[in-house]
Design a protein around this ligand. Structure first.
Ligand code: FAD
Length: 394
């Protein structure tokens, strides 16, 4: 079998930050240091992000800042959103996810919701008043999200939903974008509609998962039992919800890459500092090649991952296709970040192993992002399909 191999659409991008980008980077860095880092471990214990903190971050324009000003955003480019996401994640990678989900959902709502529904929800997501979760996965449909068991039927001027979704921010969100089959045919990725569901609606119940990390994002299962929502809460056209969300995920995948880069970069900086001060065999640890070179390699890998993610966002800003590039960000940045944080932990010796230090938590949190929004295998499948076409891909 032969096929046409498509070439990568790389174009050089100028990454000198402009005045606005530099200003937001400094602002987000200050918030990470002054407001987020000290509470990172506390949020793991409490299992949520403080509502006042969300309002504070939203008030500074650090949640979904690419949203138009008309809908409560700052109208920034996506590259700036990525820079903000990385900086926030240096202080708390889970607050970084609040921003990523905010950007993903506001984009879906701004593009697909009825004007009055978008006007009601989007400004409140940007301000930090509301979280709207994204409910694509189900107990039996994660990688295979195009085959949901959740159903929606038309009734009483709206839709009635039945099924279950697994999602981040399940416990704290006021609403969720969910995907349900609206057609009788069982075709993968077809006949699926997207809805915005207020989670206070009658028939919705929620359970928290006992996750090994990222507990501050309150992942859990939302159960929908005969939940009625008005027709106005259908997003886009009936039956076309799946293609709408897949297009949105290209954006969040590049942002997740930068979340992981932020958590790994701050770990490397802490480790440089530690090995410069701690001595063994009468010398600072940094004078041993076996200590410094893994950190030098980490700096190199993180610089490359950051460029890949920024390049992907720059392609999006220019309206160019970036699906394969986003998949590269999503499999590679979480993988190297996990490896780098693990190395940093070991370079701290027994001090790194303590649960009152953040390294072990960052490692567990980054591991979750190797799975959330699609695993490495699924990302490599997407890249292969983009190069060879579906017929020649696994
Ligand atoms: C921290 C975290 C946050 C999450 N947040 C959300 C959220 O906000 N919203 C949401 O909807 N979901 C969320 N998820 C769910 C996540 O998207 C799914 O867990 C993920 O897509 C994998 O699906 P699954 O767990 O059903 O695994 P499965 O699909 O059962 O896969 C199991 C294993 O098989 C591999 N596999 C499956 N199919 C193939 C294939 N064709 N080729 C090669 N390998 C394959 C996978 O890579 C994986 O390693 C989150 C998960 C985590 C861990």
């Amino acid at each position: 079998m032969t096929g046409t191999v498509t070439s990568a659409a790389w174009e050089p991008v100028d990454f000198a930050l402009d005045e606005t980008q530099s200003r937001y980077r400094e602002l987000a860095r200050r918030v990470a240091v002054d407001r987020l880092a000290a509470g990172y471990q506390r949020r793991e214990r409490t299992g949520f992000i403080e509502p006042d903190l969300m309002l504070e971050i939203g008030g500074l324009g650090l949640i979904a800042p690419e949203t138009t000003e008309r809908l409560g955003g700052r109208g920034l480019d996506r590259l700036t959103t990525g820079i903000i996401t990385e900086e926030i994640s240096r202080g708390d990678i889970n607050v970084g996810l609040l921003q990523v989900v905010g950007s993903l959902v506001t984009q879906i709502l701004a593009e697909n919701a009825r004007t009055e529904v978008a006007g009601q929800w989007v400004p409140r997501i940007c301000s930090g008043e509301h979280i709207v979760a994204i409910g694509l996965s189900e107990p039996n449909a994660g990688s295979d999200a195009g085959m949901p068991a959740m159903r929606a039927r038309r009734e009483r001027g709206g839709y009635v939903l039945n099924g279950q979704k697994s999602m981040s921010f399940c416990m704290q969100a006021s609403g969720a974008v969910v995907f349900a089959r609206t057609s009788a045919e069982e075709v993968r990725g077809r006949g699926i509609s997207a809805f915005l569901v207020p989670l206070a609606a009658q028939g919705v119940t929620r359970d928290r998962f006992a996750d090994m990390g990222a507990t501050a994002v309150g992942r859990g299962a939302a159960h929908f039992n005969e939940v009625w929502i008005p027709e106005s809460h259908l997003l886009g056209n009936q039956g076309q919800g799946f293609s709408q969300v897949m297009h949105g995920l290209d954006y969040s995948r590049a942002l997740i890459g930068l979340q992981c880069v932020g958590a790994a970069q701050v770990s490397v900086e802490e480790t440089w500092n530690y090995v410069s001060h701690r001595e063994a065999f009468d010398r600072p640890l940094s004078t041993f090649q076996g200590v410094s070179f893994p950190l030098a390699e980490a700096e190199t890998l993180l610089a490359a991952a950051r460029l890949l993610c920024r390049q992907t966002l720059a392609l999006k800003d220019r309206g160019l296709t970036h699906t394969a590039e986003a998949a590269m960000c999503k499999w590679w940045a979480p993988k190297i970040s996990g490896e780098i944080i693990q190395n940093c932990l070991v370079l701290h010796g027994q001090a790194g192993y303590r649960t009152d230090r953040p390294l072990q938590q960052r490692l567990r949190d980054v591991l979750g992002l190797q799975i959330g929004d699609g695993t490495a295998q699924i990302m490599k499948l997407i890249i292969t399909r983009h190069r060879l076409g579906r017929a020649l891909a696994p």
